[in-house]
Design a protein around this ligand. Sequence first.
Ligand code: NAD
Length: 496
Amino acid sequence: MAERFENLIAGNWEFPEANPPIESLNPADTTDVVGLVPESSPEDVDRAVKSAREAFSSWRLVPPPKRAEIIFRAAELLLKNKQSLGELVTREMGKVLKEGLGDVQEAIDMAYYMAGEGRRMAGETVPSELPNKDCKSIRVPIGVFALITPWNFPIAIPAWKILPALVAGNTVVFKPSSYTPVCATRFVEILMEAGIPAGVLNLVHGRGETTGKYLAEHSLVDGVSFTGSTKVGEAIIRSCAGIGKEVSCEMGGKNPIIIMDDADLELALEGSLWAAFGTTGQRCTAASRLIVHRRVYDTFLKEFTARAEAMRIGDGLKEDTDMGPLINEAQLERALGYVKIGTEEGATLITGGRRLTGGSFDRGYFMEPTIFTDVTPSMRIAREEIFGPVVALFRADSFEEAIELANHTDYGLSSAIYTRDVNKTALAERELNSGLVYINAPTIGAEIQLPFGGIKKSGSGHKEAGGMGGAIDMFTRIKVIYRDFSGRLQKAQIEE
Ligand code: NAD
């Protein structure tokens, strides 16, 4: 009998049985049921939101440094449990263990960082134009947040949302992906062990189109922070528009790497392989377009193909695995579907493109690393997010053409360039049209102390993570205070 993982509502762990439970399977071995979680009903969501609403009245008054002490304790607990959580990430999501541990490390980094925010969260104090009057701005929490997360970073992304939301004084109803609910539950358990009061953090399991939609649209929810596909993100933005809800969405990507003729080719190869096939291509910042200068194109393609073909595919928990499975049957079918589309569109399939079968492969969702050439910018494989180990190569005649190709996309999350020309790095920094730009590094590898997020179809609303314009801006509202201690009516702009 598989282990059951519960909802958390008003401090009580519970397993509602109104609907059949959801099974979370190990994508490397679907005979391994990682856990069972409830499919929550609207009534469960109502109770979770109500509990968050009630808890808000006291949590918002807890001094931020005190809230931060709890977050700091959570950081210590996450660190203590890093190995077991990392293994759980790999077992439930499929990424190789090193990456599973990295997923947890990102949450640890975020917890320490956000604990520090409890003693910052600065506003401004500025002089008044009038005597005996002061002017300042302060940050106040927004209220109840619905936090909706995807499966590809099952500990890190929940941490990116829950920790800043809580330190800023909001209360939370968290709806994780139904593909990684066990990681989400373990993370919430740790936060509760660290001392989050009952009702401040609530967890409801369920599918997106039912539980997620109902939660995002709930009239007692003040803000929604969503990470996931552009299709769902845009639907959430539309449904919240005009009803005064704060909404921030981090969505898909179609990220390019430019490799110039003067690049350190070894570095570019290593980075491109990691960005294209790390996490089996299932990162919002994965590189799915490689734009290579014609002078190094043939050499790059030959070596890149050899390295992709040499990758060892299998269960991420095994030490010698380079690339794990895709998350589920639908995602595998989607990636294979794009192989068919690319071929039909006239692109050349250089390597890969097939599901791996036989032996233990039959129990999971494994696919070969896949490379297309002769891709034109108008092809669907050049434009649409595949979210799998499929990469398209383009040949560019010049730096200008490379930049144009890179920007030829509806998305704008991350882009990268490899070149040794310092002037080109500066131009690329200016011209690449995305939220993140990497120079001589791949499109993946953001650090938590700077904001994270995209433009165009990749992101909308505030960015996540640390720094100016990051998550603290997302989870607080600026309130402006004028205090007049002159004892008389003073008229701004009118008084001489
Ligand atoms: P998804 O959009 O299918 O689901 C994301 C979350 O939304 C899940 O919890 C899901 O249950 C929920 N959901 C689904 N339909 C919903 C609805 N109608 N209303 C409310 N909630 C709903 O995405 P996914 O397959 O879990 O994740 C993959 C996608 O996430 C990719 O497009 C990827 O690029 C994106 N992603 C983006 C970032 C980023 O920061 N930009 C990071 C990671 C993943």
